[in-house]
Design a binder for this molecule. Structure first.
Ligand SMILES: C[S@@+](CC[C@H](N)C(=O)[O-])C[C@H]1O[C@@H](n2cnc3c(N)ncnc32)[C@H](O)[C@@H]1O
Length: 276
């Protein structure tokens, strides 16, 4: 294989624990501000998105690109939304997540639908909050998802996103980089920087509440984790990740992402659908 992303290593290591209800199955790069274990870093990222998106008790929440529903279970535990509708177009992940939800007796609070997140199977104005946690860069296209999320949000409803983007408008267009993106299921149409993302969000009709780059808190930890997983047959949570200030400041590992896929930014965004 030409290229193995942290996500592919992680999926690989989960192979023997998909049906172990005691193991958590997160599938994002994690927020390595203070965490030294993978599931803590992932939960910290999920927490930050939920806080930015003003997730509240009793909300109807849509989780677009839900992985194995680990974020949904975390949000349910800590925010108590009324229900969570999880969307994933990967049949295998949906099957595993459904089994795990039934095992945990959560099937009445979290429902998972196998579908494309650009066509959300909900009525107009029916959701309080839509979150895409490190998934919208895969959607075909991110802009189509932003429009459909806008449709299903109630007036005043919130969108929260954590997403991977190129750092600058000049995306790496060499053939190898395009092939890596095809392989990683990243449509070329999503390859724009955070400034264009901000314009698109506003053009769709949202009011931007906040946007921050977390690249220094995300890429270095993910790079160290991938290195450890590549060298050992460990579960992600068995790896202990320590980062120095210099490694964070220089965004250790990001040059590998930029060279291979053209991606060098990690953005957290919250936006509101206006009341009228
Ligand atoms: C990097 S994983 C993040 C998973 C999860 N949010 C988490 O943090 O654990 C991206 C997820 O988006 C899903 N996905 C990719 N394209 C999708 C699409 N078009 N519609 C729905 N889900 C999609 C993938 O199957 C995967 O579950």
């Amino acid at each position: 294989m030409l290229f193995k992303s942290p996500g592919q290593y992680i999926l690989d290591r989960y192979r023997n624990v998909f049906f172990d209800p005691k193991k958590e199955l997160w599938l994002n790069l994690g927020l390595w501000k203070s965490a030294s274990r993978y599931s803590i870093a992932c939960a910290d990222l999920a927490k930050q998105v939920a806080e930015m998106a003003d997730l509240a008790r009793g909300d109807i929440l849509v989780d677009a690109g839900c992985g194995f529903c680990e974020p949904a279970r975390f949000w349910l535990r800590h925010w108590e939304p009324a229900s969570i509708i999880c969307l994933n177009n990967n049949r295998f992940q949906v099957g595993v997540a459904r089994w795990r939800l039934a095992e945990a007796q959560l099937g009445n609070r979290i429902c998972i639908v196998e579908c494309d997140a650009v066509r959300i199977p909900l009525r107009d104005r029916s959701a309080d909050c839509v979150i895409a946690l490190e998934s919208a860069f895969h959607f075909n296209t991110r802009e189509a998802f932003l429009r459909d999320a806008y449709r299903v949000l109630k007036p005043g409803g919130m969108l929260g996103m954590a997403d991977l983007l190129p750092l600058s408008a000049a995306t790496n267009q060499d053939e190898h980089s395009r092939m890596i993106r095809r392989h990683g299921k990243i449509p070329e149409e999503n390859m724009y920087d955070r400034f264009r993302l901000e314009r698109i969000v506003k053009d769709v009709g949202y009011c931007l509440v906040s946007m921050v780059s977390l690249r220094q808190e995300v890429f270095p930890g993910a790079a160290k984790l991938a290195k450890l997983l590549g060298a050992n047959l460990l579960l992600p949570d068995d790896c202990v990740i320590g980062l120095t200030d210099a490694e964070k400041r220089t965004c250790l590992g990001v040059e590998w992402w930029e060279r291979t896929s053209g991606i060098g930014d990690f953005v957290l965004l919250a936006a509101r659908k206006p009341e009228c």
